[in-house]
Ligand binder design. Structure first.
Ligand SMILES: [Mg+2]
Length: 175
């Protein structure tokens, strides 16, 4: 069984445009260098609450948040008995809604951590290495490679196809 950990924003979902738009509707411009970082690093709880409401409307209206080939790989791993985890700077409610939209129930994942900074992600990956013989972590943030603990195979997600990503994580699907 593999242990594969996924980031959320711009990994199983291309969320960047939607997140930026939701913040604009909440009345602020998100700084470019805050992409992928938890909201508490740059804005207030009040703004974030407004953004969440806007973002949830977008999810509900099926506006602008496409799933990627990484989502397909994530679903197939989870539904064939592998250990799949979510490790994200995004919030719990929006992450779970997006996953459920794509047919993945939270209970099908082995673990989930939300509102994570890079340091939080590195800490959770180190904890996972205590129980998992090997760990693959997939994230669109190339700089995270510097934070990835020794023993974690880091895969930089840039929108590669399902077939390419399967090769990158050295998974041999059984079917
Ligand atoms: Mg990301």
């Amino acid at each position: 069984m593999l242990h594969v950990v996924f980031d959320l924003d711009d990994t199983p979902f291309f969320t960047r445009d939607a997140v930026r738009k939701a913040y604009v509707r909440a009345g602020v411009i998100m700084p470019d260098d805050m992409w992928g970082k938890p909201w508490r690093f740059w804005t207030t709880a009040e703004v974030h609450a407004r953004k969440i409401r806007e973002y949830e409307k977008m999810i509900h209206d099926d506006e602008l948040i496409p799933a990627t080939p990484a989502m397909t790989v994530m679903r197939e791993l989870a539904q064939t008995g592998h250990h799949v985890y979510l490790l994200t700077g995004a919030s719990k409610m929006t992450s779970q809604r997006l996953l459920m939209r794509e047919g993945v129930h939270p209970r099908e994942l082995t673990g989930m951590q939300f509102n994570c900074s890079s340091l939080d992600k590195a800490k959770h990956l180190r904890n996972l290495l205590v129980v998992a013989p090997s760990v693959v972590y997939i994230d669109d943030d190339e700089e995270f490679a510097q934070h990835a603990p020794a023993g974690v195979t880091f895969v930089h997600y840039i929108g590669q196809s399902k077939a390419r990503l399967i090769k990158d994580i050295t998974w041999t699907p059984s079917s």
